[in-house]
Design a binder for this molecule. Structure first.
Ligand code: 1CP
Length: 368
């Protein structure tokens, strides 16, 4: 495909496997749907081949590359959903910050935010259709090329997680620079979080217009906050994003399920289940049965096998999956890992995980 201008978000192929969408809406499909965070990633040799020698964000800006990387895991495994290949840091870039992906170091901001005055450097009113058009094109192209096999998930980073990268300038253990802002500059922190939330709403609505059939919001750095800070600096924005995106979609007669993944925010599970998201995605530190009890049937749940369990022998993976399914039950449940796949994971074990979810869940549903 040389010219994406001919690819329009219309006439998409009919969806053949809607198990993921039904489970997200609280139903019990014929098997429990399964996908993996970072299912497009370096654990696949074909992914490393496409990425070799190319700049990470150049790859993100190529709709053809994003499409190919999104489709790769579907050719190997019978996943029930796909997630568009992109990154959460395209938003800070759209707001005018320079970010590079350095080998062995991860994302690195050339000039991170240091003091509240630095907010003036940011583009407050981002024209997402111009700045993030490449993501929308990737979504439209991929939705066509998936040929209706499974739904395509769009995503974004949540405001606090993006704020922490913009201040830390990259990955961090303590996030102390970003947390310093929360304690020292709470008003400016809210100003930044609000700016981010405004861009995120436009970005998510644009992704659905381009063809995304579900949306996941990654609050990957929730766990670095305590319950009090989470309630002040994360939760209100997560709620606001879901409510505004849903209102905007409704005006256009659209409605897609939304998933919130607030990693390590087990203290906020009840609140997350009342935040206008259809699905709450869980990391592995939460017991499936207690997650069900604490969310009281208000939402579907997604997760939450420890990614490192994929280092276990296949029979053990199958046992762990069966126990996880028994804990969550087969209704309103989407199997996934508690976080993304790591580059050194064996693709065969990923396949064993997917097969175990399908096999055990079919049996459990039949035995009912
Ligand atoms: O060269 C490479 O390929 C680098 C590895 C990589 C990949 C595969 C990065 C760098 N980003 C991605 C793609 C990506 N990022 C996806 C694609 C779709 C899929 O899941 O298959 C998604 C959903 C993300 C989202 C993302 N990026 C998150 C949220 C999810 C999470 O992991 O918590 C975060 C925190 C990022 C930042 C990021 N991008 C890349 C890295 C190594 C990191 C983490 C850096 C750090 O904080 O240490």
């Amino acid at each position: 495909m040389s010219n994406n201008d001919f690819i329009l978000p219309k006439d998409f192929p009919e969806l053949k496997n809607d198990t993921f969408l039904r489970a997200a809406r609280g139903e019990e499909p014929e098997h429990v749907p399964v996908w993996c965070m970072r299912q497009a990633g370096r654990y696949l040799p074909e992914f490393r081949e496409i990425r070799a020698g190319k700049d990470f964000f150049d790859t993100c800006r190529s709709p053809e590359n994003c499409c190919e990387l999104t489709l790769q895991p579907l050719r190997r495994f019978p996943f029930d959903a796909s997630i568009i290949f992109s990154d959460i840091l395209v938003i800070p870039q759209a707001m005018g910050m320079e970010v590079q992906m350095l080998t062995g170091k991860g994302p690195t901001f050339t000039d991170p935010l240091k003091e509240p005055e630095d907010l003036q450097r940011l583009q407050a009113k981002v024209d997402v259709n111009k700045e993030l058009d490449y993501v929308f094109k990737a979504i439209t192209l991929t939705r066509h090329k998936i040929e209706g096999k499974v739904p395509l998930i769009g995503f974004t980073g949540a405001p606090w997680t993006l704020m922490s990268y913009m201040i830390e300038g990259g990955g961090s253990n303590t996030h102390s620079k970003a947390k310093r802002w929360l304690y020292r500059h709470p008003d400016s922190s809210h100003m930044l979080l609000r700016m981010l939330a405004d861009v995120i709403v436009e970005y998510l609505v644009g992704q659905v217009a381009a063809g995304a059939q579900a949306l996941q919001v990654f609050e990957s750095h929730a766990g670095i906050l305590g319950p009090v800070e989470f309630r002040e600096f994360s939760l209100p924005y997560l709620r606001d994003i879901a409510r505004r995106v849903k209102d905007r979609l409704k005006e256009k007669g659209q409605d897609v399920p939304m998933i919130v993944f607030a990693k390590d925010a087990h203290y906020a599970l009840e609140e997350l289940s009342e935040s206008h998201y259809e699905v709450v995605s869980l990391d592995w530190t939460i017991d499936p049965r207690s997650a069900r009890e604490r969310t009281g049937g208000k939402v579907s749940l997604q997760g939450n096998m420890d990614p490192c369990a994929l280092y276990a022998p296949k029979e053990q993976i199958s046992d762990i999956v069966r126990k996880m399914l028994e804990g969550f039950g087969t209704r309103g449940y989407i199997a996934n890992l508690g976080h993304g796949l790591y580059p050194d994971m064996d693709p065969e074990n990923v396949g064993a995980f997917v097969d175990a979810v399908h096999q055990h869940s079919k049996l459990l549903i039949k035995q009912k």
